[in-house]
Ligand binder design. Structure first.
Ligand code: ADP
Ligand code: ASP
Ligand code: MG
Length: 400
């Protein structure tokens, strides 16, 4: 079998853990597999590098950030390769460039354009264990790029897709995908199989166990994706096509997204084109607007509220202040988004009303709502986020 294994930050968090990973890789090799390993930086390393840059500048040049941040993954790839070679295995570490990971030039959140697999293939043909530094690539201009936070998952899926690997295993610090973050609700249950679409919603709504773009790509390239723990041998969660899943629960899980902020515009002139100009200006800056509500104000003007990722609030604020589309502008980062996800919702009613009842019972005010075929999201005050997750988890009997 050709297997791509990705090990996340905690799994390679110190030298002992890198040694543990080396042993796991060696075991899989002994079983006769061809292996490409994709590694993250040691846990905390990427944040540390960011804080170093922030020591000098609140807005460091993104090209330089990419050179800085890509170093974390290179350290781990080299150390793992050294460990494996010492154990008598023939391994070789490759940087993103050497692995043929070609991206566009959007520094710090580059998109993969293609993978030139010749180099990886050449080393696999020599029966080597190939270890690729995740999260990074090279632009056509020859600059180092990175793929956005959590991007090593994406590196692994992209490589698995390009090589036509039989399996892509994402090793992390939990046994798989749970009905909610087990750090918030210890009663959360592991999900055996989940569809790409549900997992994509889950990941986009805050369940960081898989990066959302990696799930999107896995679906597109039909990659068999499994998340497992690098600390035990438990079976993990298979992310697969919906038709491969027999039992479809109405609600599969609850997600919490803390990276949210709200912008409220009061007294927006009520004429055609205003909303277009507001949202076009934000979109041009690459800012993702999520929940939107509009209602009628007192004097014929309208009020408009919407959410943006919290780490983009400062940029959004600047754009709004320049555009000045309303009498009154408010910026609020005291909110979180809690979401209920499940493909079964498509064919069942009453899912939303149960969510609203649960919030009412806990005395939590719902500030915004948005829905799709397979999810319901509610913006609520930050301090109630984890309480809401636990209450919803119980209300939908996900602990059963
Ligand atoms: P890695 O460093 O291996 O990439 P991450 O920290 O990115 O790992 O993702 C794993 C974490 O995701 C877990 O420790 C867990 O707290 C969190 N998480 C959030 N939601 C879920 C969920 N539904 N199921 C499992 N883990 C989740
Ligand atoms: N090291 C990068 C991050 O912390 C990429 C990753 O771990 O996937 O975001
Ligand atoms: Mg991750």
């Amino acid at each position: 079998m050709l297997v791509v294994q990705k090990y996340g930050g905690t799994s390679v968090g110190d030298l002992e853990r890198i040694e543990n990973v080396a042993k796991r890789v060696a075991k899989s090799k002994d079983e006769g597999n061809s292996i490409v390993v994709v590694v993250s930086a040691m846990s905390g390393e990427t944040n540390k590098l960011i804080s170093y840059a922030e020591h000098f500048s609140s807005n460091p040049p993104k090209r330089e950030m990419d050179i800085l941040l890509s170093s974390g993954e290179r350290v781990t790839s080299a150390l793992l390769s050294i460990a494996l070679n010492q154990m008598g295995y023939s391994a070789i570490a490759l940087t993103g460039r050497q692995a043929g990971m070609v991206t566009n030039s959007t520094h710090t959140s580059a998109r993969i354009e293609k993978i030139e697999t010749d180099n990886i293939q050449k080393e696999l043909d020599k029966n080597k264990i190939v270890i690729v530094a995740g999260f990074q690539g090279i632009s056509k201009e020859g600059n180092v790029t990175t793929l956005g936070r959590g991007g090593s998952d994406l590196s692994a899926v992209a490589i698995a897709g390009a090589l036509g690997a039989d399996l892509c295993e994402i090793y992390t610090d939990v046994d798989g995908v749970y009905t909610t973050d087990p750090r918030i609700e210890p009663k959360a249950k592991k999900i055996e199989k989940i569809s790409y679409d549900e997992m994509l919603e889950f990941a986009s709504l805050g369940a960081k166990v898989l990066q959302n773009r990696s799930v999107e790509l896995a679906k597109k390239l039909d990659v068999n994706l499994v998340t497992r723990s690098s600390f035990n041998n438990n079976s993990g969660t298979l992310i697969t096509k919906e038709e491969n899943i027999m039992e479809k629960p109405i609600v599969s899980g609850i997600a919490l997204d803390k990276n949210q902020a709200r912008i409220t515009l009061r007294g927006v002139v009520d004429e055609p084109g205003i909303a277009a100009s507001i949202f076009t200006n934000l979109a041009d800056e690459g800012i993702n607007v999520d929940m939107i509500i509009q209602n009628v104000g007192e004097d014929g003007s309208t009020n408009l509220g919407f959410t943006v990722p919290r780490d983009e609030l400062e940029r959004a604020k600047k754009i709004m202040l320049e555009l000045n589309p309303a009498k009154n502008l408010e910026f609020d980062s005291n909110i979180v988004k809690v979401s209920i996800v499940g493909v079964g919702m498509k064919s069942h009613s009453g899912v939303a009303s149960k969510a609203f009842e649960t919030m009412a019972k806990e005395n939590i005010n719902i500030e915004m709502i948005s829905t799709s075929e397979i999810k319901i999201s509610m913006a609520i005050e930050q301090k109630y986020g984890e309480l809401a997750v636990r209450a919803l988890h119980e209300a939908y009997e996900l602990d059963k």
